[in-house]
Design a binder for this molecule. Sequence first.
Ligand SMILES: NC(=O)c1ccc[n+]([C@@H]2O[C@H](COP(=O)([O-])OP(=O)(O)OC[C@H]3O[C@@H](n4cnc5c(N)ncnc54)[C@H](O)[C@@H]3O)[C@@H](O)[C@H]2O)c1
Length: 245
Amino acid sequence: MEGVVAISGGASGIGLACAQAVLATDGAVAVADRDAAALARAAMLLEGPRTTTRLLDVTHEDAVLAWMEGLEGLSGCVTCAGISAHTPTLEVAAAQFRQILDVNVTGSFLVAQAAARRMAAGGKGGAIVLIASVSGLSGMQDRVAYSASKAAVINLAAAMAVDLARYGIRVNAVCPGPVETPMVARLHDAATRAAWTARIPMRRYATAEGVAQAVLFLLDPVRSGDITGQAIPVDGGFSTAGLMP
Ligand SMILES: NC(=O)c1ccc[n+]([C@@H]2O[C@H](COP(=O)([O-])OP(=O)(O)OC[C@H]3O[C@@H](n4cnc5c(N)ncnc54)[C@H](O)[C@@H]3O)[C@@H](O)[C@H]2O)c1
């Protein structure tokens, strides 16, 4: 990878794995996250001349703009900052619904838009990868806000891809199934895990490192230069599985 890849939510899970995957090439990373403790741990793990870290909340437009404006040679952006909650539809409070959409949709948009402005000004194009979810491809029990937010992220990729193609900027979404990360460790009990693996042809959760390799592919103009506007499931076959004995 040439240039700098900005990664929001890069202090943990999929975002952290994306940063490690970029650094394993020749690329540089600019990692942002709102969790100061996680960011400090990530800074130690990623330490080196090709890494910068920044404490910020992706829903704060000015902070996102200031972060991006300070980055030189931006070639890629990955929006990983996201939150989830398991709540049945009848019990979802408006505040929770709004908060999940604010972080997952508005936050992803603000980061992707600020990155696109930098890339367009730089004149060399670039690639943006939005982390959506299989929850945005079909309905998931007790995840009404999360599913709605991830469906919006998938369309965000499609719409931004159309707008930004004229600047040589590609925009794609990755839709992971369940991935072993701190978020899943918090939300998935044994029964949830059993329910998922029964529906996944590969019978296992993905790893954050595996998802990061798919992201790396979409960032790379040589490998995926003709791919834009797509939503690519990384889910062990979950989203296309039919009858499974
Ligand atoms: N783990 C899974 O099974 C799974 C599946 C599909 C999609 N995803 C998506 O992948 C992305 C990463 O999830 P993960 O599993 O690695 O979770 P994670 O909780 O390990 O990491 C998410 C990171 O985002 C940061 N973050 C949250 N809100 C933020 C905000 N407002 N501003 C800045 N940073 C913020 C958190 O501090 C955290 O470091 C999320 O968008 C999630 O919805 C995860």
